[in-house]
Design a protein. Structure first.
Length: 303
């Protein structure tokens, strides 16, 4: 309880605050990274050519027939708990223009498609587009004394949802077109957020076009959050009623600073395009606090 009080006393905001300009590296580190607080930054990417250039016609011309990785699911939920499994999407290799046909509804499909491969897919799969954005965010790189571990490109249908989870990264999430809808929980909400262990599995398309769930041959189970924060089952997870979610909309031209270890659930407008920068977090006292809180939560549940 003392630990939880100490962390919540850091003073999480009631809503995600806005900055009207990108901060200096020192200011950003002091005001946001060190206290682990999120913010939305305006005018940080207004100079990006991508904001004007990244139309569907331009993407067809520049990327077009290139084969890229697309996550395909029957329901829009990739990397999520379904039927007592942690189910990952089918990773389908397809020409980018065929994917755009589906997003633009020129071709109908009962499945949900999302370009969301997170191993720096912007630099690895879409290098033609890097010159329209930036390889890193200079003031963030200076604040942290490092370059990003990954730069990711996101484009998908409105049905594609990212289930509640956390990352060990300082995340700068930049919306190029459309809108992203984030539901956030601070790390101090960990005692109220349920984790369970699940057999990992992957969606596979059968001969008849339907999806089947195939278990991965690994014996390692995956800890994941089974709860849907938009429709929480409080009978099953009564502790979640004590959690304090923040909700925010990140619009085209805006950048969300999502601090490390914050839980987040993400939705989007149809065809929304975004680029995010993942900087590895410092494994400092904040990380130690979180690990302690995590261990205490697990111990209390076992009593």
């Amino acid at each position: 309880h003392c630990l939880l009080f100490a962390w919540t006393e850091l003073g999480w905001p009631e809503s995600v605050p806005y900055l009207d300009r990108p901060p200096s590296p020192l200011e950003f580190y002091r005001e946001w990274v060190s206290p682990n607080k999120p913010c939305i930054i305006r005018n940080a990417i207004s100079h990006w050519p991508a904001l004007k250039k990244w139309t569907s016609a331009y993407l067809r011309e520049v990327v077009g027939p290139k084969v890229v990785s697309v996550a395909v699911t029957p329901n829009g939920y990739a990397d999520a708990v379904f039927q007592d499994r942690f189910v990952m999407p089918e990773e389908r290799q397809m020409p980018f223009m065929d994917f755009l046909d589906i997003v633009e509804k020129k071709v109908t499909s009962p499945h949900v498609f999302y370009v969301q491969k997170q191993c720096s897919n912007l630099t690895e799969e879409f290098p033609e587009l890097v010159c329209d954005v930036q390889p890193d965010i200079p003031w963030m790189s200076e604040a942290l004394g490092k370059k990003p571990d990954a730069v990711n490109f996101w484009l998908g249908e409105s049905a594609a949802v990212t289930s509640l989870h956390k990352d060990h990264y300082e995340n700068l999430y930049c919306v190029v077109s459309g809108e992203k809808y984030f539901l956030l929980h601070p790390p101090s909400d960990r005692p109220f957020i349920p984790y369970e262990l699940y057999q990992p599995a992957t969606y596979h398309v059968s001969e008849d076009g339907s999806f089947e769930i195939v278990d991965e041959k690994t014996t390692e189970k995956v800890p994941w959050i089974p709860l849907d924060p938009l429709n929480p089952d409080l009978e099953l997870y009564p502790e979640y009623a004590q959690a304090k979610p923040l909700q925010c909309t990140v619009k085209a031209g805006e950048m969300l600073y999502l601090p490390s270890l914050w839980f987040h659930h993400v939705q989007q407008s149809h065809g929304c395009i975004a680029v995010n920068y993942w900087y590895d977090m410092e494994y400092d006292i904040k990380y130690s606090y979180y690990q302690l809180l995590d261990c205490l939560t697990k111990t209390v549940k076992m009593l």
